[in-house]
Design a binder for this molecule. Structure first.
Ligand SMILES: *Cc1c(COP(=O)(O)O)cnc(C)c1O
Length: 360
């Protein structure tokens, strides 16, 4: 068996330890005589799995008691609709446009009410985070929406916007559990787990209790009401049971690594290896304003499309997979999530140095 260094933006690399444990438990989960895939979601064994997953996540993120944790389906994209359906009481919300995912959420928001663009970095291909210290947010806006880490463009909010007292809603899909967060600053934090936490099929929504109400927009399907899922402990219908089980293992792995403070330190050290090289290289260049650089997604270019293609091809042959940039940006992108070991980044940089020498 040989595993590659997988720099995919998502679905993405998972800790090897977690995969091995899941493999060991595949046919007989802890004496139940069945796989977690074959198990009733109402069984005692599964009840323990989902409750422990929630408890471990609460501990990792220090989630206060007045927040609910929901394990849902439909990906991050379904939240683009669920958020306005559940939160847009005044049919008005402010969106900060820092990339394609924020834009998609904004466009979805427009279906349900007045979605207002209050800041954007579209003028420079989303290569920076706009100043959000003094935004013009309507008094009666129901929330301010951000995409905190922009997976495609490689930017990250280092300080949260000044929402002027409005509820902050944040898509953290690609920076979930990569560093500590102060949950109390948000009304809703959510993320699809397939970037940094687990397999595709689960989206985790952390939502302050007072935002969970009966009173959704008219026509909101039952399945898209936070209240239903909150009241039923994410078991209103069959949840993405196997995915939640793997997420639970990743939470335990993160605790073993020392929690989110330790992850932040590791992720900073890891990203620095690549960014330092990009800053000194004569061939490769980062595409993002330095102070807004993501620790998770690192886009870079040579400035020559043919050379980019050659690099991606040769890197793949050398065991570095999925380095091709997003189809809308071109160039390269290395996603270096929690489970990417620092050796993977060090070896990539060695490979880039050798490529540079040969192609200078
Ligand atoms: C991948 C991604 C999404 C979309 O996730 P799906 O689960 O495919 O719907 C949304 N937001 C961000 C920040 C992402 O990285």
């Amino acid at each position: 068996m040989s595993r590659v260094y997988n720099f995919s933006a998502g679905p993405a690399v998972l800790p090897e330890e977690v995969l091995k444990e899941a493999a060991d438990e595949m046919l007989d989960y802890r004496g139940t005589g069945m796989s977690v895939m074959e198990m009733s979601h109402r069984s005692k064994a599964y009840d323990t799995i989902i409750k422990e997953a929630e408890a471990d996540l609460r501990e990792l993120m220090n989630i206060p008691d007045n927040y609910k944790v929901l394990f849902l389906q439909g990906g991050a994209s379904q939240q683009f609709a669920m958020i306005p359906m559940n939160l847009m009481k005044n049919r008005k919300a402010a969106y900060i446009l820092t990339g394609q995912w924020a834009k998609k959420a904004y466009q979805e928001g427009k279906i349900y009410g007045e979605a207002i663009e209050v800041a954007s970095s579209a003028d420079k291909m989303f290569s920076y985070i706009p100043d959000c210290s003094d935004l013009d947010i309507p008094e009666d806006a129901d929330y301010v929406y951000i995409c905190e880490n922009n997976t495609i463009y490689g930017t990250k909010f280092k300080t949260l916007p000044n929402t002027k007292g409005h509820t902050l809603v944040s898509d953290v899909s690609s920076c979930f559990l990569s560093e500590p967060v102060d949950v109390t600053k948000y009304g809703v934090i959510y993320g699809g787990v397939q970037k940094n936490v687990g397999p595709a099929g689960v989206v985790i929504v952390i939502i302050r209790e007072d935002l969970i109400t009966e009173d959704c927009l008219p026509g909101t399907p039952t399945m898209l009401k936070y209240k239903i899922h909150a009241d039923e402990g994410s078991l209103y219908n069959t949840p993405p049971a196997y995915g939640i089980y793997i997420c639970g293992k990743v939470f335990k792995w993160l605790k073993k690594q020392g929690g989110l403070d330790a992850m932040k330190e590791y992720n900073e050290k890891k990203a620095k290896v690549l960014y330092d090289f990009l800053d000194e290289s004569k061939l490769f260049k980062g595409t993002v304003r330095k102070e807004d650089r993501s620790l998770m997604n690192v886009p870079f270019v040579t400035g020559n499309e043919e050379l980019d293609t050659k690099f991606v091809k040769e890197a793949k042959e050398a065991g570095f997979e999925n380095l091709k940039g997003h189809r809308s940006v071109g160039g390269m992108r290395a996603s270096i999530y929690n489970a990417m070991p620092i050796e993977g980044v060090e070896k990539l940089v060695e490979f880039m140095k050798a490529f540079e020498e040969k192609n200078a």
